[in-house]
Design a protein around this ligand. Structure first.
Ligand code: HEM
Length: 135
């Protein structure tokens, strides 16, 4: 049997592939929709479709074979009034979902390392307001 170190195996594979990610995303949206500070953002959203896209997105971002064919993060989230604390709440729920699924703490940290930089595209993209231009 070949020796396979953690470094050569994608995060996607290490945490259990498609099935594990689908379970994490399901749990994540239960937590999000249970959070009074977040659920309002998803009023009128087709959650089944959104979860499918989210599974694709995370799988692709974590080294899985999937191709994400949804919208770009800045375009999808623009104009929704998403602030950094909303992003942080979602990231915290993601940590809880991953830990709940038995993902080891160091792998959770790695995944958050992949996700955290997305805040740049997701937060505050309301358009070219003076305050955004001043950032
Ligand atoms: C971990 C960071 C996040 C990732 C990776 C992410 C990813 C995604 C993806 C893949 C979609 C689907 C795009 C499509 O359908 O083309 C989406 C849509 C959406 N996201 Fe996020 N998102 C993140 C954070 C957030 C936050 C913090 C909020 C608000 C608090 C948010 C609110 C939404 C909303 C409202 C939609 C549109 C749902 C709809 O189509 O009705 N997202 N996001």
């Amino acid at each position: 049997m070949p020796i396979v170190t953690n470094d050569s195996v994608s995060i996607y594979e290490r945490i259990g592939g498609h099935e594990a990610i689908a379970a994490v995303v399901d749990d994540l949206y239960v937590r999000i929709m249970d959070d009074p500070q977040l659920e309002g953002f998803f009023t009128g959203s087709n959650l089944a479709k959104l979860k499918g896209r989210q599974v694709e997105f995370f799988s692709a971002a974590l080294g899985g074979p999937n191709v994400y064919d949804g919208g770009a993060m800045d375009e999808v989230h623009r104009g929704r009034g998403i602030e950094q604390h909303h992003f942080d709440l979602v990231a915290d729920h993601l940590v809880a979902s991953l830990k709940g699924a038995g993902v080891p703490a160091d792998t959770v940290d790695e995944i958050i390392g992949v996700v955290a930089p997305l805040s740049h595209d997701i937060v505050g993209g309301s358009s070219k307001t003076p305050s955004a231009a001043a950032d």
